[in-house]
Design a protein around this ligand. Structure first.
Ligand code: COA
Length: 334
C-alpha cells in the first residue's frame, strides 16, 4: 500500500462586512457598557452585516483570496467545504461559492459544527487529500450570527460578529506535512448549553394529518457553562494533539484558538504554559465570528507577516454541540 499523501497549507483569505459596531453603539439600545464588555470578553467592536451584505459573497471573497494566494486557477479546485451555521439556503450555500469562483470542476457542500466548524472542515478536507481523492481543497468558514442573535439579549448579542475566512489546502510535495495531528469531539448531552433551535408549530392539513412548520428562533446560551467547558476541554484536546505529534508547547510558534473570549484564550495559554506573545487574538476588532474566527485570524497574521512559512501553529475550535477539536498545523511550504 502506498503511503498516505501529505498536506500543505498554501493560501489564506478573509472578508468582513464594512459596518463596524462599537460597544458604545450597542449601549444606545442595550443596558450594557464598553467597560463591561471589554473586561468580560476583550471585545471592543464587531462587524455587522447590513442589507447589502451576503454570507455567500463574503465566503466567496475569502475563498477567492485563498485560491489566488495558493496560485490556483478556479478550474483546479476539486472540493469546497463551507463551514457555516448561518447559510442563506438551508440546502447549502457552498454551491453558490463554487459558482461565484467559477470552480466548475469542484464539488461543494456545507458542513455545520458551529464554532468548531472550520476546524472540523479542515480535518475533513484533509482526509480527502490523504486518501488521494482530491488534490486541491478550499476550506471556508463563514457566519453571520447577527441575523440570529436576539439584539435585546445583552448576554449574547454583544459577543458575536460577522465574517468569513478561508484556507487553501493541497497535496504536499514529497516529505512535507502541514497537518501533524488532529482530534475532534462532541458531547450531545450538553447541546442545550448553546442552541439555535427550530420552533415547530402544527399545521393541520386535513383531519388526520398534522404536519409541522415554523422557523428558527434566536441563539440561547448558558454563558458560564460554555466558559467552564472551554477552559476545561480545550487544554486537554490541545495536549492530546501535541502528544500525538511528539511536540512540546515550547516548540510552538503560535496558539490560534477560536476567538470567543480573551479570558478563555488567556486561561488556555496559561494551562499549557504558552506565553501571551504567542497567542493570536483579534477579538477586540471582530468579536466571535463563529466558524470564521480561525481562518480570519490566520489570514490577518499571515498578511502582517506574523505567521511565516514553516511556523508551527496549535489550533483549537470549540462551541455549540457541544463540539471541540484541535489540529497541529505547519503553515506554508519551505
Ligand atoms: N452588559 C452588562 N451586564 C451584563 C451583560 C452585558 N452585556 N451581560 C450580562 N450582564 C450581567 C448579567 O445580567 C449579570 O447581572 P446580575 O448579576 O445582576 O444578574 C452579570 O452581568 C453577571 O453575568 P454573568 O453571566 O455571571 O457574567 P459572566 O462573568 O459569566 O460573563 C460571559 C458572561 C457571557 C461573558 C461569559 O460567561 C462567557 O464569556 N462565556 C462563554 C461564552 C462564549 O464564549 N460563547 C460562545 C462559545 S463558541
Amino acid at each position: 500500500m502506498s503511503a498516505a499523501v501529505g498536506i500543505a497549507l498554501t493560501g489564506s483569505g478573509s472578508a468582513t462586512p464594512s459596518r463596524t459596531v462599537s460597544n458604545d453603539e450597542l449601549s444606545l439600545w442595550l443596558d450594557t457598557s464598553d467597560g463591561w464588555i471589554r473586561s468580560r470578553t476583550g471585545i471592543a467592536a464587531r462587524r455587522v452585516a447590513t442589507l447589502e451584505d451576503s454570507l455567500e459573497s463574503l465566503a466567496s471573497q475569502a475563498a477567492r483570496e485563498a485560491m489566488d494566494q495558493a496560485g490556483w486557477t478556479p478550474d483546479q479546485v476539486e472540493l469546497i467545504l463551507l463551514a457555516t451555521s448561518s447559510p442563506e439556503d438551508l440546502f447549502g450555500s457552498a454551491p453558490a461559492v463554487q459558482a461565484a469562483l467559477g470552480a466548475t470542476n469542484a464539488v461543494a457542500f456545507d458542513l455545520t459544527a458551529a464554532c468548531s466548524g472550520f476546524l472540523f472542515a479542515l480535518i475533513t478536507g484533509a482526509q480527502y487529500i490523504r486518501a488521494g481523492t482530491y488534490r486541491r481543497v478550499l476550506v471556508v468558514g463563514a457566519d453571520m450570527l447577527s441575523r440570529w442573535v436576539d439584539w435585546q439579549d445583552r448576554r449574547t448579542c454583544v459577543l458575536f460578529g460577522d465574517g468569513a475566512g478561508a484556507m487553501a489546502m493541497e497535496a504536499a510535495p514529497h516529505g512535507w506535512e502541514g497537518l501533524l495531528a488532529m482530534a475532534m469531539e462532541t458531547d450531545g448531552r450538553r447541546r442545550h448549553c448553546l442552541t439555535l433551535s427550530h420552533h415547530t408549530t402544527p399545521q393541520n392539513l386535513h383531519e388526520q394529518l398534522q404536519a409541522g412548520s415554523g422557523g428558527f428562533g434566536s441563539i440561547t446560551m448558558d454563558g458560564q457553562e460554555v466558559y467552564k467547558f472551554a477552559v476545561q476541554q480545550v487544554p486537554l484536546v490541545l495536549t492530546r494533539v501535541l502528544q500525538q505529534a511528539g511536540i512540546t508547547p515550547e516548540q510552538l510558534d503560535w496558539l490560534l484558538l477560536h476567538q470567543a473570549n480573551e479570558r478563555i484564550l488567556a486561561a488556555v495559554a496559561q494551562r499549557l504554559g504558552i506565553p501571551a506573545s504567542k497567542v493570536l487574538s483579534n477579538l477586540q476588532h471582530y468579536g466571535n465570528t463563529s466558524a470564521a474566527t480561525i481562518p480570519l485570524m490566520l489570514h490577518g497574521a499571515v498578511s502582517t507577516g506574523g505567521i511565516q512559512p514553516g511556523h508551527l501553529i496549535a489550533s483549537s475550535g470549540f462551541g455549540a454541540g457541544l463540539s471541540w477539536g484541535a489540529a497541529l498545523l505547519r503553515w506554508g511550504v519551505t
